[in-house]
Write a protein that binds this ligand. Structure first.
Ligand SMILES: *Cc1c(COP(=O)(O)O)cnc(C)c1O
Length: 492
């Protein structure tokens, strides 16, 4: 494809994308296909000779769209939102065009420098304490990771290295593997599965602190675990707190947990993957009270801040903790300005070497919407969740299962887990809306998350009416399911 054809096809693609998103409501939110649907639709091997562009674009509707779950449909209420906006897509296009691999300052200075400044902008926008910002003299700073999972893993690995170095400085005979085998990290029983996965990958055992009746981790529970483990000779190194859990959007109590972590020299990482975006609104910042105790903080602008995947913002108070932990300097990556003290080499802050120019997405989105535009987006979603909650509260067949603070409503029919599993099945089989469940303790719960940026009050009303009608139908024909409704069982 040459530049002339790219101009033509590029304009066509922009039209296709705009049409897709403008009319996404007409598409069924969840596809009607079975596993393995795609293989028979395309050849077994790549073509020997190049094909015409027309042939490829025709296949988008034939092969791809029938198998797409439309995350940006206003009838999508599953998981958590994933951000999308036209300025972010345009910036991603430019990122593709520049196509640099920004592992060091010299590998593309703009890629590094814009990222540092954008993470400072974003840190200020969400009210992070000054120590997390790089500025021109700070010891902290931010970096864009691909996902919250990688941010948690980086934090845990940095904490691990820090403790190994500290203990080896005190006692030169201790080996790394001896120390790691005695390490222990903590998180709450409501933490995202990626936190436990970071423990599996790092080889640092992890214990789950039981959460309270509002699904928050509390100080006394952490303290109890710490005392037991220290008595057994274990070395506590890390605590991952969650602001906005995936199950129910609950918030760990940082004011209790933070001082304990600091006193016990535990690295405190905060996973605010979803809820972090809400802190752009001052009225939600009470939820991050105690963030000043943390060593690292992370949230996903690609969830709720109109930035397309992938863009996970990760800040540390001491960037030397990251750089010191993973530094490698082969000759082919060295350059003249390296020792100036003024450059950042982001390869030391992450697991891969290569990295894309993702800060362009932030820059475009922040400038097009402004802080006010982004606040409007968050507030609209929170209001729509409350609207759904209002419908729900007026229907006494249903119950609300967790406090509704941001854009997520956890609810269920009063009755057994089995009854609610059938309701979920009916909802998702009808494919008019899409939602996913969760377990709160041993209770099976339906999650209604306000997701698409195009969602309006009319879609919330539609979703509620649809759920309510399916529930009526289910309750009327309940006897049909009597074999499924015997006795209370666990959540899964
Ligand atoms: C979504 C979510 C994650 C995982 O996010 P990735 O960026 O996909 O790794 C982690 N923690 C919480 C609380 C989440 O809601």
């Amino acid at each position: 494809m040459n530049a002339a054809e790219f101009r033509k096809r590029g304009k066509e693609m922009v039209d296709y994308v705009a049409d897709y998103l403008e009319h996404i409501e007409r598409r069924q939110v969840f596809p009607d296909i079975e596993p393995g649907y795609l293989r028979p639709l395309i050849p077994d091997s790549a073509p020997e000779e190049g094909e015409k562009y027309e042939e490829i674009i025709k296949d988008v509707e034939r092969v791809i769209m029938p198998g797409v779950t439309h995350w940006h449909s206003p009838y999508f209420f599953a998981y958590f939102p994933t951000g999308s906006s036209y300025p972010a897509m345009l910036a991603d296009m430019l990122c593709g065009a520049i196509g640099c691999i920004g592992f060091s300052w010299a590998s593309s200075p703009a890629c590094t420098e814009l990222e540092t400044v954008m993470l400072d902008w974003l840190g200020k926008m969400v009210g992070l304490p000054e120590q997390f910002l790089a500025g021109t003299k700070g010891e902290g700073g931010g970096v864009i990771q691909g996902t919250a999972s990688e941010a948690t893993l980086m934090a845990l690995l940095a904490a691990r290295t820090k403790v190994i170095r500290r203990l080896q400085a005190e006692n030169g005979k201790l080996t790394e593997s001896e120390i790691i085998s005695r390490m222990v990290a903590y998180t709450s029983d409501q933490a995202h599965s990626s936190v436990e996965r970071a423990s599996l990958i790092s080889g640092v055992r992890m214990k789950k602190i039981p959460s309270d009746e509002k699904f928050a981790a509390r100080g006394h529970a952490l303290k109890k675990a710490l005392e037991e483990d220290k008595a057994e000779g274990l070395i506590p190194v890390f605590f991952c707190a969650t602001l906005g859990t995936t199950n129910s959007c609950s918030f760990d109590n940082l004011m209790e947990l933070g001082p304990i972590c600091n006193a016990e020299k535990l690295w405190m990482h905060i996973d605010a993957a979803y809820a972090g975006s809400a802190f752009i609104c001052p009225e939600f910042r009470y939820l991050m009270k105690g963030v000043e105790f943390a060593d690292s903080f992370n949230f996903n602008p690609h969830k709720w801040l109109l930035v397309n995947f992938d863009c996970s913002a990760f800040w540390v108070k001491k960037r030397s903790d990251l750089i010191g932990a993973f530094k490698m300097d082969p000759v082919y990556l060295q350059y003249d300005q390296q020792e100036s003290g003024l450059v950042t080499d982001y390869r030391h802050w992450q697991i891969p070497l290569g990295r894309r120019f993702r800060s362009l997405k932030l820059w475009f989105v922040f400038r097009i919407y402004g802080i006010k535009g982004l606040q409007t987006h968050i507030r609209k979603h929170v209001d729509l969740a409350r609207e759904f909650l209002n419908h729900l509260s007026l229907d006494e067949r249903f119950e609300v299962c967790a406090p509704v603070i941001l854009g997520l409503v956890c609810f269920r029919l009063k009755g057994s887990n089995e009854l609610n599993k059938i309701l979920l099945q009916k909802i998702n089989n009808a494919k008019k809306i899409h939602i996913v469940p969760c377990c709160l303790g041993s209770t099976f719960v339906l999650r209604f998350a306000v997701c698409a940026s195009s969602v309006e009050s009319s879609h919330i009303q539609f979703a509620w009416k649809h759920i309510e009608e399916l529930a009526s139908e289910l309750l009327k024909t309940k006897s049909q399911y009597s074999d499924l409704l015997t006795g209370e069982e666990g959540c899964l």
